[in-house]
Design a protein around this ligand. Sequence first.
Ligand code: EPU
Length: 408
Amino acid sequence: MSVSGAKNHALKIFAASVLFSGPVRIGNVPLIEDIFRMSELVSGLGIKVRKTGGHIFEINADTLNKTILDSEIASRFRASVVLIGPLLTRLGRVSLPHPGGCVIGERPIDFFIEGLAKMGANFKNKGNHYFFEAKNLIGADFTFRNPSVTATETLMMAAVFAKGKTVLRNAACEPEVEALAKFLNDGGAKIYGAGAHTMRIDGIGKKNFLKQKNPLAVIPDRIETGSFLILGALAAGPSGIKIKNCEPTHLASLISHLESAGVSIEKGPSWLKVSRTKALKATHLKTREYPGFATDLQAPFVVFLTQAKGESLVHETIFEGRLEYVSDLNRMGAKITLCDPHRALILGPSSLTGREMESPDLRAGLAFVIAALVAKGRSIIHNVYQVDRGYERIEEKLKKLGADIKRI
Ligand code: EPU
């Protein structure tokens, strides 16, 4: 199977196009619901978005003429929040509702507010609606209390046209952040150190809009790659699953956890091959910022651990509401004890039985799909909009691998 482009890279490229003059061409864009919502959101700002080929989009922000994000659309996905940075620096103002997305914890935006205030922006809110204004943003030295992916991306983009130098400390190092910086630099931005915890952005002034020089392909989705590795280890047919068009170096932590549980994985430069492993061993897991174990792979990995012999402790350190789905796995026959909102103890192996379930968010939704494929009997999963938010035609990819799945 072939991996799609990364949701959390593609969405930020759509937002970054605000900083460009002339067309921006993006290849390998995943055709998923969050991308469709982002297209609608930026189109509502006057930006032209065209799908010019299978997975190719062309965006032109020369016609951008609005700064108010549509509340209904913006409140449906978290990535809407990164538009604050480019809109504020290009047009001097932006207003938006509290960004939506997966219900996996509180997901505040205090780092955005504090960082932008340090760069000279004024902020006010009316209930859950936010207003930012800045005639001219100025460079600042800002330290994140925790590394935040979307806050790092937002401040990085806000700093591109700011006056002077911005230093972001304890910044997020996720591959999607680094890839976004590379795209901005290719267009003329001066960002140094993206992919490390301290980065510097030398503002280039507002008169110099960015210009795309080279074609851009969205990087492979590491969460989709990881989910298929997990599925393969649990349920691949006799010839295993080969995952193509992926970036194995982005999966180092998951691969190390799978290997410690007894799974063997063959690695190539842009592919991975995994076989079904019968005697899985329990292993402990703590989610961490990149390059640690991705919180977005925690739910599929918990499904994996229900099939491993022994006791595994999973500690979700990033979000406080990202283990609630375990009650559904228990209804399927798993033996998982929720110690507190951040920790779950899994006793395995347990035999799972199909059930009817509701996807609480996109990653847990996919974990349910994996659990359903491992389980005996039939499962029905509702609210698949959540799964479609992040995975392109998942049932078709699974069917090609031999899964018995259909969309009803
Ligand atoms: N945080 C704050 N204040 C802020 C911002 C974040 O306290 O102003 C906290 C969060 O509450 C959390 C931690 O910082 O405890 C890290 O959250 P982060 O901001 O990094 O998460 P995010 O940027 O909202 C992105 C991805 C998530 C992914 C996380 C962590 C996007 C659109 N979303 O979210 O992806 O789980 O980083 O890697 O990039 C998903 O794709 O399913 C998804 C949830």
